[in-house]
Design a protein around this ligand. Structure first.
Ligand code: FAD
Length: 301
């Protein structure tokens, strides 16, 4: 369980409180506020705050004096137009702030998304909890043979057990030594900022992560995608559901044009036109490399 009873009661108190506001709110996001959605074995994602919603996107696009919204279908049509034509700034008018608890090796991938504001728990000041990510057996996979960045078949039997034991034992031993180095029983005790270097990359950290909707969608396009590593994808999947509830019209347009859509090169367009004319086109006379052709055929073959 990622939350202590004290942490849960603080969240419950926040959820029980309500304030009146002149600002438009997103009912879907209001329902999500503060709740910790569990991810992996000890992690979670929760929304701390947000600004705007679908209405804020159309309001900004129309540079309105008032709320700027019209019929729901008009607003959804405008949002689809903006998404289709890669207009980004109206989507930047919405912001969301998340509290995320995640293993350090996932945080390393996540922090590459530079267009966010981040504040991480200080391991110079705090002692990190004895919580390590240990993959579920079905996630314990071998190196993929084709995709050099991916996973292949799931490990089985004695090998799977050996790997799990090593992961658990090594993390436990490293944490034991971390604690022992910090201890002031009969010794000076090493500074927290130094002792932490002994912690493994599967130990959990926490941060507040705030970004605008345009960049959040960019994050989700990359990390809620099948090519992203499972351990970051499961966080992105939860955030995708939250985003869908927050901005349903923007999410529908995003799913259609970005997640479900495909980008075509000029060569790809040409091959499709030739095929529609009845020509048989092969990789050799397509002008595409083998890799490009494989990806093209994956969609159109
Ligand atoms: C499947 C996958 C595999 C990956 N593999 C690797 C890898 O092997 N090695 C590796 O190093 N990384 C890897 N990455 C990370 C990847 O290259 C990006 O760094 C990461 O996804 C962040 O994306 P981003 O730059 O679009 O996001 P953000 O940093 O949020 O940037 C969003 C956009 O803002 C603009 N922007 C942000 N900062 C600047 C700036 N300083 N100057 C100009 N424009 C800026 C850019 O247009 C950028 O596209 C991988 C990512 C994925 C999803």
């Amino acid at each position: 369980m990622p939350l202590t009873p004290d942490q849960q009661s603080q969240i419950d108190a926040e959820r029980a409180a309500a304030a009146s506001t002149r600002r438009p709110v997103s009912e879907g996001m209001e329902a999500r506020l503060y709740t910790a959605h569990p991810v992996l074995d000890h992690g979670f994602v929760r929304v701390i705050d947000y600004m705007g919603g679908d209405a804020a996107i159309v309001q900004a696009a129309r540079v309105s004096y008032g709320r700027g919204t019209r019929a729901v279908s008009d607003d959804a049509g405008l949002i689809r137009y903006l998404m289709r034509h890669w207009h980004s700034t109206p989507f930047e008018m919405c912001e969301a702030k998340f509290h995320v608890k995640l293993p350090i090796f996932v945080a390393r991938q996540w922090i590459r998304h530079r267009t966010a504001n981040v504040n991480e728990i200080s391991a110079r000041y705090s002692i990190l909890d004895r919580e390590f990510y240990i993959p579920a057996p079905e996630q314990l996979a071998a190196q993929a043979r084709v995709n050099r960045q991916g996973r292949g078949d799931v490990l089985e039997g004695a090998e799977a057990q050996r790997v799990l034991d090593w992961l658990r034992d090594d993390a436990t031993r490293a944490y034991d030594h971390y604690e022992a180095m910090l201890s002031q029983d009969g010794q000076q005790g090493l500074a927290r900022e130094l002792a932490r270097m002994n912690l493994p990359a599967n130990v959990y950290t926490q941060w507040y992560w705030k970004t605008d909707l345009h960049n959040l969608l960019g994050f989700l396009r990359l990390r809620a995608d099948a090519h992203a590593q499972y351990e970051i994808r499961v966080y992105a999947d939860v955030m995708a559901q939250i985003t869908r509830d927050w901005v349903p019209a923007a999410w529908a347009a995003f799913e259609d044009y970005r997640m479900g859509g495909v980008q075509l090169s000029a060569k790809g367009v040409e091959v499709l036109k030739r095929r529609l004319r009845g020509e048989v086109v092969s990789q050799e006379d397509s002008g595409m490399s083998k890799g490009e052709w494989r990806e093209f055929e994956g969609v159109w073959g």
